[in-house]
Write a protein that binds this ligand. Structure first.
Ligand SMILES: C[S@@+](CC[C@H](N)C(=O)[O-])C[C@H]1O[C@@H](n2cnc3c(N)ncnc32)[C@H](O)[C@@H]1O
Length: 298
């Protein structure tokens, strides 16, 4: 999809290029690689972003030319540098109770379905979203909440490390209000002043795992009642979205729910999903029949 430009202009340094050598051809190669590896489509206007995110990797390797860095990657298909490359190019923006309108709906579903509920948070980033799900489960079910396990996955191993640590700036946590702060977090002191850590009861509800939605084989404990996959599909093209959405359908209970991000609209896949609330989808009749037959074709 991103054919490497092969005109003379492609070898010219991009106009914003700073101390490291970054040509238009290098940018095209980066785009092709991240698309193949993670399904992420980098728009034309992301050159500067790509430069600043990968510059750190080049400097770490003592390199001054993107071409050398990309040749280094090409020559080592099994190198750990691929993980660092992918981590650098993902966007991890998130927040506790982001798109807050979803959480009252989720709370009602949890109460209705009870503690045997299965939840998957796909694209969990640095953990704020799965912890928000865990808090909602605790508030809805009380002591029975400890029976619930939330699967939280992401391609970005560094974001997942942050998520596993569960330590966040105090200002972010204080926005949740006094009651949630006290119930779910421990305030840090000494070297941890200004930070708060999620309490072990909350942390133990979540299983964090690396998973690439695009290329990995999914061996999950399906079927799920609830899948949260918010603000992840915006980075993919329609073809990739369709493939992943069909796989999601195969991992859901017949009455399962898929929560999407505010700018994600999956109505184009109306044979698989139908809108049930604000960016909340349920399986369409055809897909329900498949799920009821136990079609887990991921
Ligand atoms: C903008 S964050 C969204 C975080 C959270 N869901 C939210 O809405 O606040 C997008 C996340 O998707 C992850 N991601 C991107 N491509 C992925 C892929 N192919 N497989 C799994 N996760 C991916 C990124 O690493 C990033 O953490």
């Amino acid at each position: 999809m991103f054919a490497a430009a092969n005109s003379e202009a492609a070898d010219a340094p991009a106009s914003f290029s700073r101390d490291l050598d970054f040509t238009v051809r290098d940018f095209e190669r980066v785009r092709a690689l991240i698309y193949r590896r993670a399904g992420i489509v980098m728009a034309d206007n992301k050159r500067e972003m790509v430069y600043s995110r990968l510059a750190k990797r080049l400097r770490l390797h003592g390199m001054t030319r993107f071409g050398d860095y990309l040749a280094h990657l090409d020559a080592r298909p099994d190198s750990d540098e691929w993980e660092a490359f992918t981590n650098a190019l993902t966007t991890n923006l998130t927040a506790f109770f982001r798109e807050a309108h979803h959480f009252p709906v989720l709370a009602e579903e949890i109460k209705r379905r009870g503690p045997s509920i299965k939840i998957w948070c796909a694209g969990a980033s640095t953990g704020e979203e799965p912890y928000s799900l865990a808090m909602t489960v605790q508030e809805a079910l009380g002591s029975a909440a400890s029976q619930v396990k939330i699967l939280a996955t992401d391609i970005d191993t560094e974001a997942l490390n942050t998520a596993r640590q569960g330590i966040y700036p105090l200002e972010a946590v204080e926005k949740l209000g006094e009651a949630r702060c006290r119930r779910f977090f421990q305030r840090g002191s000494g070297a941890r002043a200004g930070k708060a850590r999620v309490r072990p009861e909350l942390a133990s509800m979540i299983d964090f795992r690396t998973l690439n939605l695009v290329t990995d084989k999914w061996s999950l404990n399906a079927p799920f009642d609830i899948i949260f996959c918010r603000n992840v599909m915006i980075y993919f093209d329609k073809e990739t979205q369709s493939a992943i959405l069909r796989r999601f359908a195969s991992q859901m209970k017949p009455d399962g729910l898929l929560f999407a991000g505010h700018s994600e609209n999956f109505s184009f896949l109306n044979q698989t999903f139908r809108l049930r609330g604000q960016t909340i989808y349920t399986l369409a009749a055809n897909a329900v029949a498949g799920a009821a037959r136990g079609g887990r074709s991921a």
